[in-house]
Design a protein around this ligand. Structure first.
Ligand code: BES
Ligand code: MN
Ligand code: ZN
Length: 495
């Protein structure tokens, strides 16, 4: 998708489609509808009269050959109640416009920008448009045609190609592309997204973006004594990989060094503690945390915040092969802590444990991990909200605030020593499962044990990385959550 800024009045835009939005309270003179000429607004008044135009959230009304406009079509998107409206929702409106028009033969469209709009309103629109122009069915041989919007124009009388506006477009583009990159990785089925393939994709991206890339194979992982990560990997014939990407700009302060750790289980069968077959196919998404961190690294390589970041992705399958680890096995993690495996399906925390230890060894002094870690978080928060865990309230707050700014919902869950008894082992230091009660809390806290005293925030994205329903602004399938939250956080940190 080509994004352009154009200084032009909405009436004079000679494009296939022009889009405006309006609020429910006043659908004919609110939002950007106000910027249309009298003649066009008279048409809208008729539509309002007849009840066709209400301005309800994501209502879409299309007018052909609109009077007063040079454009062939006018699309009006409802924004709902004005007092409930948040800036990030502009992205969803733009997305809803994109998804509506692309299936109706439109390849070039404009989004009308109001004069009072600052650069802060440009970025979410660009993000939303790019996220919306994504499909999750690349392997369908009989496609209904290529739906992509070729050119998306932000147009307004007061718009100019100032540095501020251009920067906002670039940021939005970097954010949207990064989220879509992560979605593409998550969407790949496990036969096409093995640890080796994930490493290749990461390496290509790093090469393209000028990021330092390192890929540790099985022997190197063994020399690091990552007994927990290797235990998970040993049931699969696919060799594991530990991916390390570095973004260390010269002009960034020496501290903090943010360690981004993403769960990269390319398929989670459960291992010997095999999952029921019912929804097992969804476990191709179990590398969404890893995909997230790759997306984040791609975006910051473009946005260039002044902050040091190292991403670590333990990539492996969790399979019940002949050499698989067993329930009851006791393994020794890189940290030296011994772990009794009560359930081989609690594999994510094992892979994360050693990666956190290694991240600290590499000099990370703030740790953020993202993982499709527990079914329990889906029970608690559904598919709407990501669970946030951590003991360092300042860092938790930063993540939650960045989530709110991008519209990716985040909710803090408890971390409390009283839960530690639940994952005590009778034979070793820790057990890898705390049972069903508080399952996402004990999983998070198990991971946190390996962060030791380093500030750490954990995002459980099991419910939010994938959506089974289509939204007006987003295809069903991979959502790209929480790429934009983390990019926003790093961009804020590094000015
Ligand atoms: N990858 C799963 C969690 C998951 C569930 C992700 C649903 C996405 C959607 C994870 O590895 C897992 O199996 N967790 C177990 C832990 C249990 C065995 C302690 C779970 O949640 O049931
Ligand atoms: Mn599992
Ligand atoms: Zn898993």
């Amino acid at each position: 998708m080509n994004i352009k800024l154009q200084q032009e009045s909405p009436a004079r835009l000679a494009l296939p489609a022009v889009t405006v939005y309006c609020f429910e309270d006043d659908p004919i003179s609110s939002g950007s509808v106000d910027l249309l000429p009298e003649e066009t607004r008279a048409l809208l008044a008729e539509l309002k009269e007849s009840g066709e135009l209400k301005g309800k959230a994501y209502e879409r009304t299309l007018i052909h050959r609109p009077a007063g406009l040079a454009a062939q079509k006018l699309l009006i998107v409802g924004a709902g109640k004005k007092d409930k409206f948040k800036t990030y929702q502009l992205g969803r409106l733009a997305g809803a416009a994109v998804r509506f028009l692309r299936t109706r033969g439109v390849r070039q469209m404009a989004w009308v920008v109001s004069p009072e709009t600052g650069a802060d309103h440009i970025q979410p629109v660009v993000e939303g448009a790019i996220l919306a122009d994504y499909d999750s069915d690349p392997y369908r041989t009989e496609r209904n045609g290529d739906y992509s919007i070729g050119t998306f124009v932000l147009a307004g009388e007061s718009l100019n190609a100032s540095e501020e506006f251009n920067a906002a477009v670039e940021r939005g583009q970097a954010m949207g592309d990064a989220a879509n990159f992560a979605r593409t990785l998550v969407n790949e089925p496990a036969n096409r997204m093995t640890p080796t393939v994930l490493a290749q994709r990461a390496s290509e991206m790093a090469g393209r973006m000028g990021l330092e890339f390192q890929e540790l194979g099985e022997e190197e992982i063994r020399s690091l004594k990552m007994g927990a990560f290797l235990a998970v990997a040993q049931g699969s014939t696919e060799p594991p990989r530990l991916l390390v990407l570095r973004y260390l700009p010269q002009d960034a302060p020496e501290s903090p060094v943010i360690g981004l750790v993403g769960k990269g289980i390319t398929f989670d069968s459960g291992g010997i503690s095999l999952k029921p077959s019912q929804n097992m196919h969804e476990m191709k998404t179990d590398m969404a945390g890893g995909a997230t961190m790759l997306g984040v690294m791609q975006a910051i390589a473009q946005i260039k915040p002044k902050v040091r970041v190292i991403a670590l992705i333990p990539a492996t399958e969790n399979m019940p092969g002949a050499k698989a680890y067993r329930p009851g096995d006791v393994i020794t993690s890189m940290s030296g802590k011994t772990i009794e495996v009560l359930n081989t399906d609690a594999e994510g925390r094992l892979a994360l444990a050693d990666s956190l230890t290694y991240a600290r060894q590499l000099g990370c002094n703030v740790l953020i991990d993202a993982a499709t870690l527990t079914g329990a978080i889906v029970v608690a928060l559904g598919n709407i909200t990501t669970g946030v865990f951590g003991r360092d309230q300042e860092w938790v707050n930063r993540v939650v605030e960045s989530g709110a700014a991008t519209g990716e919902r985040m909710w803090q869950m408890p971390v409390d020593d009283e839960y530690r008894d639940l994952y005590k082992s009778s034979i070793g230091d820790l057990a890898n499962s705390g049972g069903r009660p508080g399952g996402s809390i004990t999983a998070a806290m198990f991971v946190g044990e390996f962060a030791e005293d380093t500030p750490w925030v954990h995002l459980d994205i099991a419910g939010t990385a994938w959506s089974n329903d289509e939204k007006p602004w987003l295809a069903k399938g991979p959502t790209g959550v929480p790429v934009r939250t983390l990019v926003n956080l790093l961009a804020r940190l590094g000015g």
